[in-house]
Design a protein around this ligand. Structure first.
Ligand code: M6R
Length: 608
């Protein structure tokens, strides 16, 4: 959702900014741009539409010297992707240059006021109002001027700004959109996300909402919006740079699918002892845990699907009612949350604006809210009452794969934890759950081993214009997830349904051009799913089934079968999602698409 980066120091800003943007491109790739300022120079700005490679072409052969700069990769919200709408945006005098991530909700009024004052707008963006507003309020002191305008801005922002009047200063501020500061020897960085600067430093400061930072090569100051200077809390990041490289795979998405056995093991590591779950980050007291009678889960997209699987697991194992809500709906529906309820926010990035708003809404009710989060230090993890980290490592592919599997594992761990603390699961059941969890890395490895077979069977989608995914009970949400993955990266229309629901309408879609992908692995409802497949077969639909190894029956009623290792239905989502990820991946590859950067999407959605 737009990526911003900034640098002040002795290195070449052109190189640092470009490299940072290349790591942030997954956040948006509609256009990109940089502004650079030298000690005795004007601000120089370069922009291009489309992916970052186009900016490289623009910069080729251009000698850009300087020691301070800002860069931006855009995911369009206001104004189409075009050069004029790309960031950075500069003041008319070219004294100020600014990059922004977020949405300024009152931009229309501000724009009108500025136009009345004689400001001319060159773009259709909400961002341009910020730079003109800054210009209109400029006192000659950049920090002071930024403080003057921030209270006027409604909505969300992370900004980086430079001024030719103060060529030794980079100013940053955030409210609602993430921003991190990187610390080097006699140099500073800003970025939307840690990977952008990991090549240069692993020492960072996560800015809080309302923070304003002034960065010089050898000095850093941070204030809150009331201008109280704050002490800086440095964090050392453990992710290594390798995580941000493709490691021989054609796409990050494929690399991340292959990392899943390790991710499962990493997420389990240190969290299971004997038949108990250890969640050190859980800050709820014994009494609070005992009092929980209802759980709410709030998330978006793939994380929402993980929540749906979590509901199925928890309700089956613990008989605690779980309500799952899409985060963008949750805060506006005046949710009924009691003080004794537990609210769980699930998010890979920990920055999704809707999920963050859900957390804040939940906290108003006085209930405890915990996060299941992948990115350490992210806003949700800092604001929640506790966080279970998923340890999937850096996920770069826009289509979430390994983070989803890690979320599922965290939900099993949470089930085990609550089951023990609330005396719901006896020793025998806990032993059983732990035994199965430990088997999962190896079982997922077995699915990775049949990648070539899955790739071949993906051909069922070659002439598809649409597709249906079905699953039941534990696997309903896996059908939704399979459909979302396919839509996201192959642009083949796909719908996920509960198997039994197909006959109530969606079956009308089945045709040569709309194959069925059925999750028909062994389960309590296996026979029912088989009947649902038969119903499609009777209408000459093409069928690709996921089935359990040794199941001969399914091959008689399906065109293609992908055989998967046998596991208890409770854990089957972890196994069944993997072939669906491969199907989406190879469907996209077969259509010659850029898997890591699907059109219209961004990795981290930090606007509402
Ligand atoms: O970072 P989050 O998990 O909060 O992101 C939520 C969704 O935006 C995300 O899962 C999105 O649906 C992915 N592109 C799915 O592959």
């Amino acid at each position: 959702m737009c990526g911003i980066v900034g640098y002040i120091g002795e290195k070449s800003p052109k190189e640092v900014l470009y490299s940072g943007l290349s790591k942030l491109e997954y956040r948006g790739y509609d256009s990109a741009g940089i502004s650079i300022l030298g000690k005795e120079q004007e601000i120089q700005t370069y922009k291009s539409v489309g992916k970052l490679a186009n900016l490289r072409e623009v910069l080729k052969g251009v000698e850009v010297s300087g020691h301070i700069g800002i860069g931006h990769t855009r995911w369009a919200t206001h104004g189409v992707p075009s050069t004029k709408n790309s960031h950075p945006h500069n003041s008319k005098s070219n004294k100020l240059s600014l990059v922004h991530n977020g949405i300024i909700e009152n931009y229309a009024e501000l724009r009108e006021e500025l136009v009345n004052k004689g400001y001319e707008f060159l773009s259709d963006t909400d961002t341009e109002v910020i730079v003109h507003l800054l210009d209109a309020n400029f006192t000659g002191n950049l920090v002071e001027s930024v403080f003057k305008i921030l209270p006027i801005l409604e909505g969300a922002y992370a900004i980086g700004v430079i001024s030719s009047d103060e060529p030794d200063l980079l100013v940053a501020a955030r409210k609602g959109s993430p921003l991190v500061i990187g610390l080097g020897e006699n140099e500073k960085y800003i970025a939307s996300d840690v990977p952008a600067i990991l090549e240069y430093t692993n020492r960072v400061i996560f800015l809080e909402d309302g923070d304003v930072a002034s960065l010089k090569q050898d000095e850093i100051k941070i204030w809150d919006l009331e201008k109280n200077e704050k002490s800086t809390e440095e964090t050392e990041i453990e992710w290594d740079l390798e995580a941000a490289e493709k490691g021989g795979y054609e796409y990050f998405t494929l690399k991340e699918i292959h990392e899943q056995p390790r991710v499962i093991a990493e997420t389990l590591k240190g969290k299971i002892k004997g038949n108990s779950a250890i969640i050190e980050e859980m800050t709820l007291t014994k009494e609070e845990l005992e009092n929980i009678t209802k759980i709410h889960m709030v998330a978006c997209g793939t994380s929402y699907h993980a929540a749906l699987v979590g509901k199925a697991i928890i309700e089956q194992e613990l008989r605690i009612p779980v309500e799952v809500e899409v985060a963008s709906e949750f805060r506006y529906k005046n949710p009924i949350i009691n003080k004794t309820d537990l609210v769980i926010l699930i998010s890979q990035s920990g920055e999704t604006a809707d999920t963050l708003a859900g957390l804040r809404e939940a906290k108003k009710s006085g209930a405890k809210a915990i996060g299941i989060i992948n990115v350490m230090g992210s806003t949700i993890s800092r604001e929640a009452d506790g966080t279970i980290y998923t340890n999937a490592g850096l996920e770069i592919g826009v289509a979430s794969t390994k983070a989803f599997i890690a979320q599922l594992i965290a939900l099993y761990i949470l089930t085990l934890y609550l089951g023990e603390k609330k005396n719901i699961l006896d020793d025998k059941r806990r032993n059983y759950i732990v035994e199965n969890l430990k088997k999962l890395p190896n079982m997922v490895e077995k699915v990775l081993d049949i990648e070539e077979d899955i790739k071949l069977k993906t051909r069922v989608l070659d002439s598809a214009r649409s597709s249906m995914f079905i699953g039941r009970n534990m696997n309903t949400a896996i059908a939704y997830e399979g459909a979302l993955k396919l839509k996201e990266i192959s642009y083949i229309h796909a719908e996920g349904y509960q198997s039994g629901e197909l006959k109530h309408g969606p079956i009308a879609m089945i045709s040569e051009e709309c194959p069925l992908i059925a999750i028909a692995t062994k389960s309590d409802t296996y026979e029912k799913v088989k009947s649902n497949i038969e119903e499609v077969r009777a209408r000459s639909g093409k069928i690709l089934a996921l089935a359990t190894l040794g199941d001969e029956e399914i091959s008689k009623i399906s065109d293609e079968v992908i055989y998967l290792p046998e596991i208890d239905e409770l854990f089957s989502p972890v196994i069944n999602v993997v072939p669906l990820q491969f199907i989406a991946y190879y469907a996209a590859i077969n259509r010659g698409l850029d898997v890591d950067k699907p059109r219209n999407l961004a990795k981290s959605v930090t606007v509402e």
